[in-house]
Ligand binder design. Structure first.
Ligand code: URA
Ligand code: CA
Length: 445
């Protein structure tokens, strides 16, 4: 095999063979192909795309570039949910305990924050004592005992993705459909679960901005999952504003606890219950997704979901008391209330910019080895469609310093748009994608 020839063929828009794909994936995993050649190939793929056949070969080669977890010792159907990445998007911490409380077996491997998006692992680590680096044996034992574990991927899981993802991040090749499909699905297929529910985001905070592109991405991921023998369903949901109101690691844990305690509700809760409905369906714990959603709601009302979150936190070494007293979570030294400063209607948000604002306060990494500050971020007080006066609260900032708060205030103001005329609410549900095809969705009243 000749890497130069593989790059040339993709540059000319030709279809790569399975053998060529396996060659460069193995070279990426073993680091035997230089980064500059991999980067050139990634850009050729970004520009010329891949056929379905190539995308499937790429995903399976990446899955097989490392260990495939064996969860067969855990009885029943194991399920996992994965989001393509968003802002204020902490559905995992809400739905994983609820689904487990409904009898599903949730064996979840999560990621860290990336760019403007937050990561479940970083959020979980804001809980004092919480561990996310369980061994495979401890992971399996915990899932058997309490029905749920959320952990980080081991280094041996899809190592080709580690190399390729790091290169994509710095070569403007993240937004490629076949590269996103293969990156996410290789990891999900290697994690050993039986069924996968995907939350594909669309809008100003999503990896792909338009609904049509996001639906295409969902279709491709469902196709690959189904072909690999894993029932897969995807919801395409809105990310034209942060999903929840809280943005930042400890703040998002607090919001998840508030939701599970029944103190608050909103879009984050609804999307969590909807995704959970599909998890219960794939786990064989509901006949339909609607029935699954209703069971999730009952587990919320009964408090069983919050109870399950406590069990999970305790099992992973964390302090479950945070569920009864959220002030035990890390607290930022500087807290500042910001008002809208204008009257009118909130018409749009640059959601990735809002994510970058939180990252700039210390909630995310600027460089690979940065240490994040779990306490910082903000709580947004407006949603698209809201009417505001000058003194209507816009957000509460949680910052390390007054200067950080000022910078964040400026960025957040610049990321929110107003109109003098009334405007509609942001669309939350776009489509359901299953092996049977695409069904367009309307938001419930
Ligand atoms: N998340 C991933 O793990 N990979 C991608 O390519 C995009 C989001
Ligand atoms: Ca993520």
């Amino acid at each position: 095999m000749d890497m130069l020839e593989i790059i040339t063929r993709k540059k000319l828009g030709m279809e790569l063979t399975g053998e060529e794909i396996r060659y460069f994936v193995e070279g990426a995993a073993k680091r035997s192909i230089p980064d500059y050649q991999l980067a050139a190939l990634l850009m050729a793929i970004r520009l010329n795309g891949m056929t379905d056949r190539e995308t499937v070969s790429l995903t399976l080669a990446m899955r097989d570039s490392g260990d495939v977890a064996d969860l067969s010792s855990i009885p029943g159907l194991k399920v996992d949910k994965h989001s393509t990445g968003g802002v204020g998007d902490t559905t995992t911490l809400v739905l994983a305990p609820l689904a487990a409380a409904c009898g599903a077996t949730v064996a979840k491997m999560s990621g860290r924050g990336l760019g403007h998006t937050g990561g479940t692992l970083d959020k979980m680590e804001s809980i004092p004592g919480m561990r996310i680096d369980l061994s495979e044996e401890d992971f399996i034992r915990q899932v058997k005992e309490i029905g749920v574990a959320v952990v980080g991927q081991t280094a041996s899981l899809a190592p080709a993705d580690k190399t390729l993802y790091a290169l994509r991040d710095v070569t403007a090749t993240v937004d490629s459909l076949p590269l996103i499909v293969s990156s996410i699905m290789s990891k999900k297929l290697a994690s050993g679960v039986d069924g996968i529910v995907l939350d594909v985001k669309t809008g100003s905070g999503a990896i792909l901005p338009t609904a049509e592109q996001s639906i295409e991405l969902a279709e491709a991921m469902v196709r690959v999952g189904t072909l690999a023998g894993k029932p897969t369903a995807a919801i395409v949901s809105g990310m034209s504003q942060p999903l929840g109101t809280h943005v930042g690691n400890a703040l998002e844990v607090k919001e998840a606890i508030d939701l599970l305690s029944g103190r608050t509700e909103g879009d984050l809760l609804d999307v969590s219950l909807t995704l959970g409905g599909y998890l219960l369906l794939l786990a064989g714990k509901a006949e339909t997704a609607e029935e699954g959603k209703e069971k999730m709601r009952q587990a919320l009302i009964s408090g069983k979901g919050l109870q399950k979150l406590k069990e999970m936190i305790r099992a992973q070494g964390g302090d479950p008391a945070v569920c009864d007293d959220v002030s035990l979570l890390p607290q930022a030294p500087v807290i500042r209330e910001i008002t809208c400063g204008r009257s009118g209607y909130v018409s749009a948000m640059n959601t990735s910019e809002l994510g970058w604002a939180a990252q700039g306060m210390g909630a995310g990494r600027k460089e690979l080895d940065d240490v994040i500050d779990p306490s910082v971020g903000f709580v947004l007080k407006v949603r698209i469609g809201d009417r505001t006066e000058k003194d209507t609260p816009l957000c509460t900032l949680y910052a390390r310093t007054a200067e950080d708060a000022e910078r964040a205030e400026e960025r957040i103001r610049a990321a929110v748009e107003w109109s003098s005329k009334p405007c509609g609410r942001a669309k939350l549900y776009y489509a359901l994608v299953t092996a049977d095809g695409v069904r367009r969705l309307e938001d419930p009243e």
